[in-house]
Design a protein around this ligand. Structure first.
Ligand code: 6PG
Length: 252
């Protein structure tokens, strides 16, 4: 695994750098196997990336008709709900591109039974990646964020989702938010060809330092679980989120 940590001035600088990584991953994937399968991230930080990718300079270069969009995790809400990761990606990205609905594979989080939603998405991954039993899907790129307590995807500290038990996708109860989530598990992330964290905001500085420089405590800091076994790992962080990192750890 190659790990690159880069401190950039702000979210738009992160978005520019992330867009370059996204484009090269897309071009490489299409060259190698004719399709670019990417797991989109939830939360708010990815919106800046979506704006850059749908702007002229990148728009003309991306292989839109060869892309398949998946989701790393989802909130337990319908697709038109304001908290929906699918809705965010659809409105800030998909609808601004030539991507067709059949190229987008969302998590059916409107289902009351979240275990059903998790099993359904496992079936979607199994079908789209033509998986044999026990095989993991290999995203060409997985986009991730990190919470100020070190969670990523919907892998929250102390939750059952941290113990994947061979599952690709699980439902998980997140007590601190009093809600359920549906999330890909760490082994799925770690089978990606590239994983790209985009992290911004001063409130994330202590957790980021702990994730990158602290003792290995993934129960406390689930982002530490993300170590691609045969892939690249990128941390693009802004100057305040990266403010506590030891000198020399990151490229500026
Ligand atoms: C989610 C995300 C989650 C997110 C972090 C960071 O569904 O919320 O998957 O893991 O990436 O919470 O979110 P921000 O980018 O909004 O800080």
């Amino acid at each position: 695994m190659s790990r690159t940590i880069e401190i950039l001035s702000d979210v738009s600088a992160i978005a520019q750098k992330a867009a370059a990584i996204y484009l090269s991953a897309a071009q490489q994937a299409v060259r190698e196997h004719g399709v670019f399968r990417v797991a989109m991230a939830g939360g708010s930080t990815p919106k800046a990336l979506h704006a850059v990718l749908t702007a002229d300079s990148f728009r003309s270069q991306l292989p839109w008709n060869k892309m398949q969009l998946f989701f790393g995790d989802e909130r337990h809400v319908p697709p038109d709900h304001q908290d929906s990761n699918y809705r965010m990606v659809n409105e800030t990205f998909v609808l601004k591109t030539p991507i067709k609905p059949e190229q987008v594979f969302r998590i059916k989080a409107e289902l009351q039974d979240t275990e059903k939603a998790a099993l359904d998405y496992e079936q979607t991954l199994s079908t789209q990646f033509a998986l044999k039993p026990g095989e993991l899907p290999r995203f060409d790129l997985m986009l991730l964020g990190m919470g100020n307590e070190g969670h990523t995807l919907s892998l929250f500290p102390g939750t059952t989702a941290l113990r994947d038990n061979g599952r690709l996708v699980v439902r998980t109860w997140v007590g601190k938010l009093y809600t359920e989530r549906i999330t890909c598990t760490a082994p799925v992330a770690n089978n990606s060809a590239a994983v790209l964290f985009m992290i911004a905001g001063a409130d994330k500085a202590p957790a980021l330092k702990a994730v990158l420089e602290g003792p290995y405590e993934p129960e406390q800091l689930p982002s530490q679980l993300i170590k691609p076994s045969n892939g690249k790992l990128f941390f693009l962080v802004d100057s305040v989120a990266g403010g506590m990192l030891s000198k020399g750890l990151a490229a500026h």
